[in-house]
Design a protein around this ligand. Sequence first.
Ligand code: BTN
Length: 254
Amino acid sequence: MVAPHVTASPLSPATPEWTLHLHTKAVSTNDLAAPLPGWHAVVADRQTGGRGRHRRAWVSDEGGLWLSAVLPTPGPVADWAILPLAAGWAVRAALADLGVFNIRLRWPNDVMVGRAKLAGILVERFRPDTAVVGLGLNLVNRPELHDDTLAGQTTRLADLLSPAPTRAVVLDTILARLAHAQHLVADRSVADLLPTLNTAWTGARVSIDLDNRATPLVGRLTAVDAQGRLQLDADDGARHVLSPLQVARLREAF
Ligand code: BTN
């Protein structure tokens, strides 16, 4: 650890002051963030045991942004069920703030350019009063050099913006938007972000494995609602409204 408790300057009066914990190396920033209070954030230059959704390993080579931001989650846990989607919205909004406008989301919160993944988000709840939003975003790193199964499947900010912004600028922009998303969920103003959130995946053709159904549902993901339920217009003409808890796996069907 090189510089604990460095305080980032607020970007606007509405933005809370984040307390940053910077590490040269961590197993997983999400684990370091787990016991911290709200508005603390952990960043590591590299992770040796970075993890993604579905217990997959997350390549965290030097040159990427490996961030875990702790958001306060007051009130009932159920009120925060939308947070993983709101986090995807926040990262997409931050990237637009930086000048990247061609970002789409792959449900629930993969940050994509075309078919290539720029960033992934893993939200974990270690305590009832906080949520840890773990974000891995490729900046100048090349994850495919460390895992050849990733060849052609990832992209990085340096390939999208010239000159590429520094990690510090990206970090500030993302923390401001995560705070914005936290306020929208806390104020029950999620309806404000749904229209833009829904433009991020509207029309995506998907195949969804459900826990209680032998064959996948195939169709178009047209929207999510304020409870985070997916609206799927299936190829058989039926409209399904699916709780995220029913969804075992969602794949894009191009
Ligand atoms: C995914 O797309 O599967 C989510 C990837 C999340 C990776 C980030 S990197 C920072 C934080 N620490 C981790 O161990 N994981 C998240």
